[in-house]
Ligand binder design. Structure first.
Ligand code: ATP
Length: 305
């Protein structure tokens, strides 16, 4: 079973104060973009997970091959919960990776969502979308959105979703950094910045929710915001130059995606995106540049047999 699953950018991310249990309440607007990982799940004598680079076919540094890989964890969870039917069994999982690793684009969560869809199909499990979403929630806060795709508001840990009906295509340029950032370290940096002062907080989510139905990139661009951006920039000051370069090249909005370090630039249209991408690539402020558009669909079976 071959499953295609999208990356996400956060159009809005507001982070509540640190709770006594160590978590933060989040309000976010997820937006799936057409940068896809593919996950191929096959019955095998022993379970395994292998990741290859979608661009070059080589190994992908930073992605665990063993039990810590989230796609393998998804297969194990489904086998444990649905094994009574007797149709489950060991699987070989191959991940063809195009989503930047530790880039704030939820690549690991995407692979977990894809593995759920692939294993459910391989094992002939008759699961509803809601049942799959419940398994997804148990695997991680960003996994349910990778199942649904599109554009959605996430609350709680970001995992309680309600769809946003905003279908006008948005054109993006993504600036991918040479090295990823650890999500827990970025949250810890935000807590530190807040203890030391009061970094500005993003505008209420209503602003982006009001802008999205207009489909107007200038209005949407002005409403992008992320509370984690200050923390990501504090840990990686060179992101300031990346953000500046994208805006100077003609983007109408910019935001660090999730916990970073990927920067997402909203462009007025596909031609402008090509121009911004070319200028950013020449600016020397990031490792790679991708053109993308959204909203993209969630994890979908694209082949079997
Ligand atoms: P998020 O936006 O959800 O915070 P991210 O996009 O910043 O996540 P990921 O690419 O999901 O980061 O990777 C985070 C860490 O998860 C990696 O450093 C890696 O150790 C681990 N990981 C486990 N499984 C996978 C996977 N299938 N693909 C990528 N990373 C994985």
């Amino acid at each position: 079973m071959r499953v295609r699953v999208p990356a996400k950018v956060n159009l809005h991310l507001s982070v509540g104060d640190l709770r006594p249990d160590g978590y933060h309440d989040l309000v976010t607007v997820f937006h799936a973009v057409d940068v896809f990982d593919e996950v191929v799940v096959s019955a095998a004598p022993r379970s395994s997970v292998r990741t290859v680079d979608g661009a070059g076919g080589g190994a992908v540094p930073g992605v665990p091959a063993g039990p810590r890989n989230l796609a393998g964890a998804a297969a194990r969870l489904l086998a444990k919960e649905c094994g009574r039917s007797g149709s489950t069994g060991p699987v070989a999982i191959e991940i063809i990776k195009n989503i930047p690793v530790a880039g704030g684009m939820a690549g690991g969560s995407a692979d977990a969502a894809a593995a759920l869809v692939g294993c459910a199909a391989l094992w002939g499990l008759d699961l509803t979308r809601d049942q799959l979403a419940e398994f997804a929630r148990r695997l991680g806060a960003d996994v349910p959105f990778a199942l649904t795709g599109g554009t959605a508001v996430g609350t709680g840990r970001g995992d309680l979703l309600s769809p946003v009906l905003a279908r006008t295509p948005l054109h993006w340029v993504l600036a991918v950094a040479g090295e990823g950032l650890s999500t827990p370290e970025v949250f810890a940096e935000l807590d530190r910045l807040r203890a030391a002062g009061d970094p500005p907080r993003v505008a209420p989510v209503q602003e982006i929710l009001a802008a999205l139905p207009s489909g107007d990139p200038v209005r949407i661009g002005a409403a992008l915001g992320n509370d984690l951006q200050a923390a990501a920039v504090s840990l990686r000051p060179e992101l300031r130059r990346t953000l500046r370069a994208g805006r100077a090249a003609g983007a109408v909005g910019s935001v660090v995606s999730g916990s970073g370090p990927t920067c997402a630039f909203l462009c007025p249209g596909p031609d402008a995106a090509a121009d911004v991408a070319a200028e950013l690539a020449g600016s020397g402020t990031c490792r790679a540049v991708r053109i993308a558009s959204g909203p993209a669909p969630g994890a979908r079976l694209v082949g079997s047999g």
